[in-house]
Design a protein around this ligand. Structure first.
Ligand code: IFM
Length: 456
């Protein structure tokens, strides 16, 4: 049965032929089955047990029970016409990767391209006990794990991503501690940045060795950053936030250097002394694509007081201002124009770099109507605005090759628990019933026409 809404409108904005239309999830957020088939503990299992760490005491159980319901989920993806599914492999499942084997085969049998992320935050707890990402050795363990996964899934995968949003792993995990492993140390966060990047570079080598012809890269969560005024202190605040959020990752990966200003700012946190000979060559090994996760932009000013441990190492005094846009349920401002700005700017920095939007989406307080529908007009407007912004970037010469909506279905929104729903598909976490939201049907229409209807 068709899930498509009636299409009376003509297509006004067409995307390039072959544009990849996908949706994304991540292992710990959707799989459940945290004790199945020899899976070991991750830092998130441990973090979820800490009183007050995760909203409502939520945990990786039941997730969206994707580990057991993957075939049903793949059928649902097919009904939406998805061309690609971005999932992440759980490092704690290294002893038995059979689930991913089955998932990849199921996707391929249904004509959906599998896109695999190697690390979406679920570090084995045993490695955390040896220092986690603050320990250089973790980068080498990550490379071994990458080799094992690449060996198993090899060239059945259509795209490889090493890390998802290393900013979150490093700064939310080790500086503010609002994510696992819940450490609050600027030194630890900066060590984690360097070792995550090293792990990325080492993993790229392993992927290349097994599947040299499959496109591979890294996914970063990037934000346009603007100063609130022309005052030098505000301009400097923007420079520091842009450095910590964006340039600390893009410059080593794309150019093989840490920016000079960051080497100075972060010297008190040990950055220069972490870098060993050859590291930046490993980190800057050519990537085939950059995965861009975009949710919003930042407007910043100097002169704030940190309230609790800050993610902004060495920039704790920065204030984040609102620019008056509507907000999602995460309290994030809706700023589609920032996506065009970001993609165009990345293309200026690295002309011709192939890019994919590997995440974009929004949480809204969805409810099921008595007749079993989810009328999520806000999410449709969000996605429509961001796809128009992506299209505008393509028109300005950006080699944007695909878009993965975050998320395929409702899931565990990390420290916010199950309360924040990002899915195109509603999940009843008691019964695990899936219900296509209006946005899912709308997105199926976009995919079918490879474009958007005329505005308004
Ligand atoms: O749910 C997360 C995802 O795991 C990483 N990127 C942002 C999403 C929304 O917060």
């Amino acid at each position: 049965m068709s899930v498509l809404p009636e299409q009376s409108e003509s297509t006004a904005l067409r995307f390039p032929t072959g544009f990849v239309w996908g949706a994304a999830t991540a292992s710990f957020q959707v799989e459940g089955s945290t004790a199945a088939d020899g899976r070991v503990e991750s830092i998130w299992d441990e973090f979820c047990r800490r009183p007050g760490a995760v909203h409502n005491g939520d945990t990786g159980e039941p997730g969206a029970d994707h580990y057991r319901r993957y075939a049903e989920d793949v059928a649902m993806m097919r009904s939406l016409g998805l061309g690609a599914y971005r999932f992440s492999v759980a490092w704690p499942r290294l002893a038995d990767l059979g689930f991913y084997d089955r998932l990849v085969d199921e996707l391929l049998a249904n004509g959906i391209s599998p896109w695999a992320t190697l690390y979406h935050w679920d570090l084995p707890q045993a490695l955390e006990e040896k220092g986690g990402w603050t320990n250089r050795d973790t980068a080498y363990r990550f490379a071994e794990y990458a080799a094992a996964v690449a060996g198993k899934l090899g060239d059945r995968v259509a795209g490889w991503l090493t890390l998802n949003e290393p900013w979150c792993s490093a700064f939310a995990g080790y500086a503010s501690g609002r994510h696992a492993p819940g450490v609050t140390s600027g030194d630890a966060a900066i060590a984690a940045v360097h070792h995550l990047l090293l792990g990325h570079g080492l993993a790229m080598r392993e992927i290349r060795a097994v599947a040299p012809e499959i496109p591979a890269g890294i996914t970063l969560n990037l934000f346009p950053v603007h100063p609130a005024s022309d005052a030098p202190a505000d301009i400097d605040a923007a420079r520091r936030v842009d450095g910590l959020q964006n340039r600390i990752f893009t410059e080593p990966v794309l150019r093989g250097v840490y920016p000079d200003d960051l080497l100075v700012d972060l010297a008190p946190y040990g950055l220069p002394s972490l870098i060993q000979d050859g590291d930046l060559d490993v980190i800057s090994a050519p990537i085939d694509l950059l995965g861009v996760n975009y949710y919003r932009a930042y407007l910043v000013a100097a002169g704030g007081e940190p309230d609790g441990p800050s993610e902004w190492v060495g920039a704790e005094d920065v204030r984040f201002l609102t620019s008056g846009h509507p907000r999602t349920e995460m309290d994030w401002e809706v700023q589609p124009e920032g996506l065009t700005e970001l993609l165009v700017s990345l293309n200026e920095q690295s002309p011709g770099l192939p890019m994919y939007i590997t995440e974009n989406g929004a949480a809204y307080p969805d409810t099921l109507t008595p007749d079993g529908a989810v009328r999520d007009a806000d999410r449709i407007a969000f996605l429509d605005g961001h796809l128009r912004a992506a299209h505008a970037a393509i028109e300005q010469g950006v080699d944007l090759r695909g878009y993965f909506c975050w998320s395929l279905m409702d899931n565990l929104e990390w420290a916010a628990g199950y309360a924040k729903r990002f899915g195109l598909v509603h999940v009843d976490f008691e019964t695990q019933k899936r219900t296509l939201k209006d946005s899912a049907r709308w997105y199926a229409g976009v995919i079918e026409r490879n474009g958007l209807p005329a505005e308004g």
